[in-house]
Design a protein around this ligand. Structure first.
Ligand SMILES: Cc1ncc(COP(=O)(O)O)c(C=O)c1O
Length: 379
């Protein structure tokens, strides 16, 4: 037994972020203002999507996006149970019902055929999730949404870097929503953004993040005072200039950091792909590689989680299938067996340490520890 430790995640915020923060703290504006606008422009350019609205979290952003497209009481939102609870919770916040469909067992991504089969006259939106940074099949989901006149929202909490079929999040969906939570690929501790193409939806989202007011603080206090009105019931969930100051420098190195995570993922795969009983999910093209997970031999996940933790390796579970969590079971009556592929992943998935500056030596060490515990070596 050694005292070597490999943390689950480490941020690399440092001097450039401090310099950027100094500029904001030395200015008069701290809340949603010029730095937020600068970040919104920069992220919009990076994504190739015309409007980006900074918000306080991805959770709030999902709720706002659903509200902006008029999804509410009595509506159904088709989504995946292989996600973080924030995804279906957002549908419930606006009064809608999340309708789960199963995932593709090879990738863990929502299955477009299952989506189409679940559409009813009450369906208003499809809320897909780009799991671990691998984009769902947004091209097919767009076709399905158009055929049935549905809104398509992309939960893109797991990265801004991902691309599929030449499209970035927000280019095919009606809205893509990002997270800048502490462990995400760019972070300010807590924050989020929504990318949209429609200018009216953009304006509505700007109002909705600010109580439903017609003027935000920047426009109220720049120049002479002007009255504002409240035209609809909004929320208080903007991204502050302080958050934007921390995020802005990270955007400049986002691709380089993604390449480094990809190199670590490829190394994990080289070291683990041959193990009998362990399975790896498939990814292709440009994944954001937010998380690297293995599917452990059936029935052994919790034991391996515990044993790796005891050996000083930071591990997590992303995710146990949402429909089997207590609230969802009690509210909607779900039982095991409802979505077998999501449940299989939920029972077997184990997340290993991954961040851009993890050394390949640490990756080898983690893989070696996993191998020695999980077994399955060829004889
Ligand atoms: C898939 C998914 N959606 C939504 C969220 C919520 O993000 P936030 O913490 O920014 O609200 C998360 C957070 O981890 C997530 O993983």
């Amino acid at each position: 037994m050694t005292d070597r430790k490999v943390e689950f995640y480490r941020h690399d915020l440092g001097d450039v972020e401090l310099e950027s923060l100094k500029k904001t703290i030395g200015s008069v504006f701290l809340t949603t203002g010029p730095r937020t606008a600068e970040f919104e422009r920069a992220l919009g350019e990076y994504l190739g999507v015309p409007h980006v609205i900074g918000v306080s979290s991805c959770t709030d952003g999902l709720m706002l996006a659903l509200s902006a497209f008029g999804v509410g009481q009595g509506d159904e939102v088709i989504t995946t149970p292989m996600t973080f609870i924030a995804t279906p919770n957002a549908a419930i916040y606006v009064g809608a019902t999340p309708v789960f469909v199963d995932v593709d067992p090879a990738t863990g991504l929502i299955d477009p055929d299952a989506v189409e089969a679940a559409i009813t006259p009450r369906t208003k939106a499809i809320l897909c999730v780009h799991l671990y940074g691998q984009m769902a099949d947004v091209k097919r989901l767009r076709q399905i949404a158009d055929r049935h006149h549905l809104v398509l929202i992309e939960d893109s909490a797991h990265g801004v870097e991902m691309r599929r079929d030449g499209a970035a999040p927000g280019q095919l969906g009606d809205a893509a929503v990002f997270s800048f939570y502490a462990t995400k690929t760019i972070t300010c501790g807590d924050g989020g953004a929504i990318a949209v193409r429609d200018s009216q939806i953009n304006e509505r989202l700007r109002r909705l993040r600010n109580h439903g007011m017609t003027k935000d603080a920047a426009s109220r206090y720049t120049g002479t005072y002007k009255h504002w009105d409240m035209v609809e019931l909004g929320f208080k969930c903007g991204l502050s200039d302080i958050d934007a100051a921390v995020l802005l420098p990270q955007l400049a190195r986002v691709d380089q950091r993604c390449d480094s995570r990809e190199a670590a993922v490829r190394r994990y795969e080289q070291r683990l792909a041959d193990l009998a009983g362990t399975r790896l999910l498939r990814w292709t093209g440009r994944s954001a590689h937010h998380l690297f997970t293995v599917l452990t031999p059936p029935g052994r996940r919790d034991e391996l989680l515990d044993a790796l933790g005891k050996r000083g390796i930071g591990v997590a579970v992303n995710y146990r299938a949402v429909h089997l969590l207590t609230f969802y079971k009690e509210r909607f009556g779900f039982r095991p067996g409802a979505f077998p592929h999501a449940e299989e992943i939920g029972d077997r998935t184990l997340t290993l340490p991954l961040y851009p500056w993890i050394s390949l030596d640490d990756v080898d060490y983690v893989a070696e520890q996993y191998r020695s515990l999980a077994g399955g070596e060829a004889a």
